[in-house]
Design a protein around this ligand. Structure first.
Ligand SMILES: [Zn+2]
Ligand SMILES: [Zn+2]
Length: 266
């Protein structure tokens, strides 16, 4: 860490989308928007084989990284836990990401069916049965998926969104989730889009899980909006420099251990 880097702390939006997936801004528009807000940008598009608006193949990931490398931005990606693409990426591509996010956009039930967070179809099970499967998937995700951040940790299927989060996320479930993240060294995202209840964020912090700021922005209005997340983190006593920043805290991609010329990023 240089003196210049420590002198002025600037928030980092670890999670935002461009036209490479389902965002509305191009890479340079996203970067300009973040700078306007006094925030350091990341591009973290959906990299997933099953989504309509996403980077869907290893070759497309290669092209995505090549495009990002033309710009002064963090180079990230949002991968789906239930999808196969993240398992197929060769190490030389993984190393070119500054950091990676993992998302539970769908959950495997014990009988092998998938429940998608954005589908109106919901199986004939109780909310409690769903939540047990959800937490088991989260624990497996933490063991198996080499990412740096769990995106929007409280994202749940549409059919369950009218229940209070505190009821679905019982304290024992929260406990299992944050222990899994702590063991794996995966950060808990404070998402502007899917806001967690404070008890869960506090519990993550109490277990030594690092917090990250994520706008999950898809539009000009949303990108790099980290005001709520930063206020919450500060209210919980988190020093700014402890918020996840791959440049400061490293990442599991190997990016910060690779040759200097590959690492040029602000
Ligand atoms: Zn997501
Ligand atoms: Zn996202």
């Amino acid at each position: 860490m240089t003196n210049a880097a420590s002198a002025v702390w600037t928030p980092l939006d670890c999670h935002a989308h461009t036209t490479f997936s389902d965002g509305e801004l191009t890479i340079d528009q996203l970067i300009a928007r973040a700078r306007e807000r006094g925030v350091r940008p990341s591009v973290s598009d959906h990299l997933s084989s099953y989504m309509d608006s996403a980077v869907r193949t290893v070759e497309e990931v290669r092209a995505y990284l090549r495009a990002l490398e033309e710009f002064d931005t963090m180079r990230a990606g949002e991968f789906c836990w239930h999808d196969s693409l993240w398992r197929e990426l060769p190490d030389d591509l993984v190393r070119r990401f500054t950091h990676r996010l993992g998302s539970l956009h769908a959950i495997w039930l014990p009988n092998g069916t998938l429940v998608y967070a954005f589908s109106r179809r919901f199986p004939d099970i109780t909310p409690d049965e769903y939540m047990e499967a959800h937490v088991e998937n989260l624990q497996r995700f933490a063991r198996e998926m080499p990412v740096d951040i769990l995106s929007h940790p409280t994202l749940l299927p549409l059919a369950l969104r009218h229940y209070p989060l505190e009821e679905l996320w019982t304290e024992p479930r929260e406990e299992r989730a944050v222990r899994a993240l702590a063991t794996a060294g995966i950060a808990f995202e404070i998402s502007n889009r899917y806001r967690a209840h404070e008890r869960f964020v506090r519990r993550a912090l109490d277990h030594g899980v690092r917090l990250s700021l994520g706008s999950d922005g898809h539009t000009y209005d949303q990108v790099a909006d980290v005001a709520y997340q930063l206020t919450l983190a500060r209210s919980l006593g988190v020093p700014d420099i402890e918020l996840y920043d791959p440049r400061r805290h490293g990442s599991r991609t190997g990016f910060f251990a690779s040759p200097a010329e590959l690492r040029r990023v602000s």
